[in-house]
Each structure stands twice: as C-alpha cells, then as structure tokens.
Design a protein around this ligand. Structure first.
Ligand SMILES: [Zn+2]
Length: 349
C-alpha cells in the first residue's frame, strides 16, 4: 500500500512541488498578460467610441456650462460641424452658448446661429435671429444681407426689396440684388400677363444688361420670336446651353446667319451647313463628325465665376457665395444617348 504514496521527505516530492510552483507561476503570468491585453483593448475601444458619436444635447449643456473649454474653442467646434453639414449640432452649440449669460461675443454668436438656421433651411427661425440682431444693431450689413437672402428664399420679394434701403444707406452696392429681386418678383406675380412680364423684364435688362440667362431663358420659353428680336448677341457664349437646347422650329435663321458664333453652333448641332469649321474646339469636332455616323452632342456644366463652385444645373444665385448671375457655362462632347434611343425606337417600328 505504501508503494502508492510518496513520503513528504522523499526528494521526488520536492521535485514535484518545484514543478507545480513553476507551472502555477507560468499559468498565472500567462492569464494576467491575457487579462491586461483585453482590458487595454476594451479601454481603447471605449475611448474611441466617444468620438464616433456626437455629444447629445444634455452632454453639450454640461460641457459648455462646465466652462472647461474657452468660448473660442466652442465657436471653432461649431464651425467645423457647420462645414461638415452637421447643422443640428452646430445649432445646439450656439444656442447653449447664448443661453449662458455673460457670453463675450453674443452678437457674433447670434449671427452664426442665424446663418446656420438659414443653411439648414429653418428660414423662419433665421429671420427672427437676424431681425433681433438688427433691432439692437441696425447698421450690421452682414445681417442685412442674410435677411435679404432669407426673404428671397421665402419668396417674400417685397420685404427683400425693403432690406435694400438700409443697405443703400450703408453705401453697399445693391444694383444686382435690386434687378434680380425685381425680376423674381415679376416672374412670380400671378396677377401679371405674360406680355406684361416680358415687357417689364426687357425693361430691366435694357437698364442693367445683367441677368441675361434669367431673362432669355424666360423669353425663349414663352415667346421665342420676341426673344430673337431682342437677342443680345454679345451674350451668345454665356447662353450656349440655352441656344443648344432650343427646338429647331424656334430658330430664327435670319438672325443666326448674321452671327458667326450662332452659325458655328447651329452647324455643329446639325440644323444648317453654313460653316465648315469653328474656332471653338468642340463645335469644330462636331462639324467634322457630321459626315460620320457617330452620335455626339454637348454636355454642359456651370461654374460660379466668383467662387469656382461647379454645378450640374444652371443657377441665378450661387448657393455657395450668393453671387448673382455668376454662372459660366462650360461644355464637353459626349455620346448622344437621346439620339441613340430614338433611333432604336424607330428600328422597332
Ligand atoms: Zn459662388
């Protein structure tokens, strides 16, 4: 029976104890290492998670109220939210900053809040903010400009035109705004007939020679004959896409044949054979392609001359820098899918 047990004085017992202790130490250090690694990664995940989600309204209240960050830091943070299009967060920060009494830059913060409301499409709230700024500081041109934009978006053109008076007093150049707002008011006036609208639009155009796209886009749509009669050939290049899109039945060949740019444009489009080439590269290529069976046309895009922002559609006021009549049309040759589609449809008939 004794042969199955090792006595504790036996040297073999000490060796077993020694290895058992080594095993325990190794196991413990391995387990501790694993535990630490897991803890570290969990801590880092938790730390990073707070940057993935935006702080809630309540968190912002505590953070801004706590005063751990300076007012400038909060303004910078709100501006970066504004730049990224996260207007709601930006609005929360400005509102909370205004709620805390003793704000150093109250007027500036109110202006930034109004601008963010405008950009986010909260026009009524933006209007209230700008009116409040102007109540205390009527000589604030930036607030007046934004109030004008708010009224314009609200289609309250009368109020927008009223805003021009204080701007005039502040010696701001309002001629473009005035012509633009008057034209918009005319176009949206349901009590006026088409004849009245075209006559008054042409009156505004003859005085300013601005807004050529807005005026001729309307004229060509409602009365192409009148549009050609009053056509300003100096604006032909600016109106290239409008002229390119005209229905062939609406072309005035007498006027077109007297203008070299129009002759090249409509030869390139395939309406006439007046010229054999063009100084405009794309027109020249299209005139050359007429003899082949390649279906090609022009594709247009619009660049703001003031801030260089690109748009796929025509605009009369740049939504980025708010400049009026600053669209410059640019074109490139593309496949004519419309022609391909109509030819395919004809082949099935
Ligand atoms: Zn612009």
């Amino acid at each position: 029976m004794n042969t199955f047990f090792i006595e504790f004085r036996d040297p073999l017992f000490s060796i077993i104890i020694f290895f058992a202790i080594i095993f325990l130490i190794t196991f413990f250090s391995y387990w501790w290492g694993r535990y630490r690694r897991k803890e570290d990664s969990r801590h880092l995940d938790k730390f990073l998670r707070q940057f993935r989600s935006l702080p809630s309204k309540e968190e912002l209240k505590t953070l801004i109220g706590g005063g751990e960050l300076s007012e400038k830091s909060w303004l910078l943070l709100a501006h970066s939210y504004f730049k990224n299009g996260e207007y709601e967060k930006s609005i929360d920060i400005y509102n909370e900053m205004l709620r805390i009494s003793g704000s150093l830059n109250k007027k500036e913060t109110m202006f930034l809040l109004g601008r963010t409301y405008f950009k986010a499409g909260f026009l009524e709230r933006a209007k209230q903010i700008f009116l409040e700024i102007l109540k205390n500081s009527p000589r604030t041109p930036q607030a007046l400009h934004y109030l004008l934009l708010v009224y314009e978006q609200m289609r309250d053109y009368k109020s927008a035109l009223d805003v021009l008076e204080p701007l005039d007093e502040l010696k701001e150049d309002t001629s473009n705004d005035r012509a633009y707002l008057k034209s918009l008011a005319l176009l949206n006036d349901t009590s006026l007939s088409i004849e009245d609208k075209t006559t008054k639009l042409l009156e505004i155009y003859s005085q300013t020679h601005h807004l050529s796209y807005l005026v001729f886009e309307y004229l060509f749509r409602v009365d192409p004959k009148l549009a050609w009669e009053n056509f300003d050939s100096s604006k032909s290049e600016r109106l290239t896409d409008l002229l390119w899109g005209l229905d062939s039945s609406h072309l005035d060949l007498d006027i077109i044949s007297k203008n070299s740019y129009l002759k090249e444009l409509y030869t390139a489009r395939g309406d006439m054979n007046e010229v054999t080439g063009s100084s405009v590269f794309e027109f020249d290529i299209l005139i050359g392609l007429k003899r082949s069976s390649v279906n090609a046309t022009l594709n247009f895009e619009y660049i703001c001359d003031n801030c260089k922002q690109t748009y796929p559609f025509i605009f009369h006021r740049c939504s980025s820098c708010h400049a009026i009549d600053s669209a410059v049309v640019e074109w490139s040759i593309t496949k004519d899918y419309h022609k391909d589609f109509s030819e395919e449809n004809n082949s099935f008939q």
